[in-house]
Design a protein around this ligand. Structure first.
Ligand code: NAP
Length: 295
């Protein structure tokens, strides 16, 4: 069997078209959603993520307040900027691009963001609400994965889901969303990591297998059940002298072999990636709607 490809670019474009209509509706009520973006330093990957986010906001008609701070920015300068954004009524969501340079305390920075503007879903208040199954800003990558599954008609309820990776931004929140007693949950979830004994024994049970390890070929064909849905979150650079930039991007899954065994599979690039920014736009628009409803 050759797997059906879950086309993240197409699904993200569909969602963005729906969100654009939402932004147009809000504009008629004089509401323009706004996103405050903070990048500290010049890490090329972070710079490229932030550029992607700015362009996505522009295309959608979302106001974006972009702040590129020097690498030697101190904690107080960053806190002051976040506090200004917390009280700026044009800004509904605040995004601080991570990771931050070493001198900055990431945890304090996240805690400074007003929870009602925490569109990345990393503030402990957002995490607490998510775990308790209350309405919350869901972290963008896990939320995007859930949307990919739903929009590809994958049944989550009752499924055995195995997630490889337990990070705070992917594995842990995704497991939490999928176990909730809700339309996007009701799955039975196993979370694996580097101390898991016999990883393949777990992954072979999965109806839905999600790889978020950050290592190429973590998932090989012998680790996948026939017909399973395989979601590859990994983004890894591997040397490739045939490419002008000297590398290519691959996921955590041995795509060529696994696609012959899986029922559905996401490619890298073009799978999970395009959904992450889309969900950031979604959260920003939801935040603008909530603020408007309060006023
Ligand atoms: P991370 O913080 O490095 O976490 C990786 C997790 O995978 C850890 O829990 C680690 O276990 C586990 N792991 C690593 N190798 C393993 C192995 N061989 N067997 C079992 N578990 C293993 O990474 P992350 O931030 O979650 O990101 C994961 C990947 O997704 C990266 O490639 C990243 O670039 C990508 N990503 C993509 C998007 C997107 O939008 N497309 C967004 C976020 C992340 P331990 O906890 O035991 O160390």
């Amino acid at each position: 069997m050759t797997a059906e490809i879950i086309d993240g670019k197409k699904i993200a474009a569909e969602m963005r078209a729906e969100l654009k209509l939402e932004v147009e509706r809000l504009k008629k009520q004089s509401i323009i959603p706004g996103l405050g973006v903070i990048l500290v330093g010049d890490d090329p990957a972070s710079l490229s993520y932030v550029t992607g986010k700015r362009k996505a906001c522009e295309n959608m008609g979302i106001y974006s307040d972009d702040n590129h701070l020097p690498a030697d920015t101190n904690q107080q300068q960053l806190i002051n900027l976040i506090q200004r954004m917390n009280t700026d009524s044009k800004i509904n969501g605040i995004l601080v691009q991570l990771p931050l340079p070493k001198q900055l305390d990431e945890s304090e920075v996240i805690m400074t963001i007003a929870p009602e503007k925490d569109v990345d879903g990393f503030h402990p208040v957002s995490i607490g609400k998510m775990v308790a199954g209350k309405p919350a800003f869901l972290p963008c990558t896990p939320h995007g994965i859930v949307q990919l599954l739903l929009r590809s008609n994958v049944k989550i309820e009752g499924a055995d889901v195995v997630i490889v990776g337990r990070s705070n931004i992917v594995g842990k929140p995704l497991a939490n969303i999928l176990i909730q007693k809700s339309k996007t949950g009701n799955a039975t979830v196993t979370v694996c990591h580097t101390r898991t004994k016999n990883l393949a024994e777990h992954t072979r049970r999965a109806d839905i297998l999600i790889a978020a390890a950050g290592r190429p070929n973590t998932i090989t064909a012998d680790m996948v059940k026939d017909g399973a849905v395989v979601i590859d979150v990994g983004v890894n650079r591997v040397d490739d002298p045939t490419k002008e930039r000297g590398y290519r991007l691959v996921g955590d899954v041995d795509f060529e072999a696994v696609k012959e065994k899986a029922g559905k599979i996401t490619p890298v690039p073009g799978g999970v990636g395009p959904m992450t920014i889309t969900m950031l736009l979604y959260n920003t628009i939801e935040s603008a709607k909530k603020t408007a409803a309060k006023n």
